[in-house]
Design a protein around this ligand. Structure first.
Ligand SMILES: *[C@@H]1O[C@H](CO)[C@@H](O)[C@H](O)[C@H]1NC(C)=O
Ligand SMILES: *[C@@H]1O[C@H](CO)[C@@H](O)[C@H](O)[C@H]1NC(C)=O
Ligand SMILES: *[C@@H]1O[C@H](CO)[C@@H](O)[C@H](O)[C@H]1NC(C)=O
Ligand SMILES: *[C@@H]1O[C@H](CO)[C@@H](O)[C@H](O)[C@H]1NC(C)=O
Ligand SMILES: *[C@@H]1O[C@H](CO)[C@@H](O)[C@H](O)[C@H]1NC(C)=O
Length: 367
């Protein structure tokens, strides 16, 4: 019976994925290298490294947003629109406490933007699109375009702010309920003290290198998903699933991709039963280290997304595992041959910020 339920759940996940997870074209990458936090507006350096021009932001600007009209703008998108194309300044958009009910896009042409809220419980950007909703062209939005906030630019950061998708949580088995709160498709993005709230597919960790520190991420099914190369440190992963849920679905598709999700010192709480990781891509990589699991983990804990051949022990393509995790749910995660307890050698790459090349762009005090 449990096996059948598990099969049905997997089957539905699989069908939904086919229908709604289709990826959009990947945004172009720039090879900027900088240590964002050390830039104070006066430095302007140019040299070559690895055949790429070294380009960093020049100057520093603050833009204020307040719903009550006392800032430079009332809406976050208006503030983003005021940043010039090919921006070269560090732009801090300070967003006062309030609910900003709008869909926001930071285009690829506007790097170095920071959203700084007044606290993640008081500054909220929210919208309510679902995958089955129709866009302006009459076509269904599908998952990736539902994001309340989408960032395509490099060197984006956010602090002390929440992002929500307020569409009602879909009934289990209902199609088209994917509703993304935040999509990050830019490289070298940094998040601290942020909240991400939704149900199915809350955080689209799409592509690029990302670092999440002390964030709260809440949802029901695959609430962190995509092909990002990301580290989540000291984050709370909170499930609101009603029958079955899953935390992370990673979309690494080829052996030479460096993507994967590394969860370090996180806390897993909420309602279950919960799969902690699913192989959305054939080469998916998900590692939990030093993480606390509350008593919410589904028996077995991991899901192969019907990539049965890829978990064959002799020819395994996924890389899943745990390292020194604890709490009542950690026991339940044991016993899956293709997601074992790792030794230090295997776990190490997933424990350090070099997983996202963080030494080059995350200041020691920020990691
Ligand atoms: C900013 O840079 C200037 C010139 O390099 C330096 O004198 C100043 O101390 C720096 N300020 C900070 C806060 O790093
Ligand atoms: C932005 O930069 C690109 C690439 O250098 C250039 O082709 C484009 O014309 C620039 N756009 C504006 C509005 O400056
Ligand atoms: C902002 O976030 C940092 C963590 O990045 C936290 O230490 C700080 O207390 C937060 N401030 C507010 C006002 O929420
Ligand atoms: C192992 O998996 C790879 C990738 O799916 C495949 O190309 C290869 O043929 C498999 N090898 C064996 C021995 O099954
Ligand atoms: C770690 O585990 C791998 C895979 O089981 C094994 O090949 C390797 O020898 C182990 N390393 C150590 C130091 O135990």
């Amino acid at each position: 019976m449990a096996a059948l339920n598990s099969f049905l759940v997997s089957f539905f996940f699989f069908i939904f994925s086919l229908l709604f997870h289709a990826s959009l074209p990947v945004t172009s990458f720039h090879s900027y290298r900088s240590l964002l936090s050390s830039m104070n507006g006066t430095a302007s350096t140019s040299s070559t490294k690895h055949h790429h021009k070294w380009v960093g932001p020049i100057g520093h600007r603050v833009i204020t947003v307040n719903v009550d009209g006392s800032g430079d703008f009332r809406a976050v998108q208006a503030a983003v629109d005021s940043v010039p194309i090919n921006n070269t300044e560090n732009v801090v958009i300070q967003i006062s406490a309030g609910n900003y009910i709008e869909k926001v896009v930071v285009p690829v042409t506007k790097p170095y933007i920071t959203f700084e809220g007044a606290g993640r419980d008081v500054t909220v950007i929210e919208w309510h699109d679902r995958a089955s909703d129709r866009g302006p062209n009459g076509q269904q939005l599908r998952t990736y375009r539902t994001a309340s906030v989408s960032v395509f630019a490099n060197y984006f950061s956010a602090r002390n702010i929440s992002f929500k998708n307020t569409a009602p949580a879909p009934m289990p088995g209902k199609e088209g309920g994917q509703a993304v709160a935040f999509r990050i498709s830019g490289d070298k993005a940094y998040f601290a003290g942020c909240g991400f709230y939704g149900a199915q597919d809350t955080l689209c960790d799409d592509t690029g290198r990302h670092y999440f520190k002390e964030c709260r991420i809440e949802g029901s099914i695959d609430f962190i998903f995509g092909n990002g190369r990301s580290m989540y440190k000291d984050c709370e992963l909170h499930s609101i699933a009603t029958r079955f849920g899953s935390i992370a679905a990673q979309f690494r598709k080829k052996e030479d991709e460096k993507t994967g999700f590394a969860f370090v010192r996180c806390r897993v709480t909420g309602t279950g039963p919960l799969y902690v990781g699913r192989a959305m891509g054939k080469y998916a990589r998900i590692v939990y280290s030093y993480t606390y699991f509350d008593d919410v983990v589904a028996h077995g804990g991991w899901d192969d997304w019907d990539h049965t051949n890829n978990i064959n022990n002799n020819n395994r393509t996924v890389f899943m595992g745990v390292y020194k995790c604890w709490g009542p749910g950690a026991e339940t995660l044991k016993g899956v041959s293709w997601a074992p307890e790792l030794n230090f050698t295997l776990a190490h790459p997933f424990l350090v910020k070099s997983f996202v090349n963080g030494r080059h762009w995350i200041a020691p005090s920020d990691s």
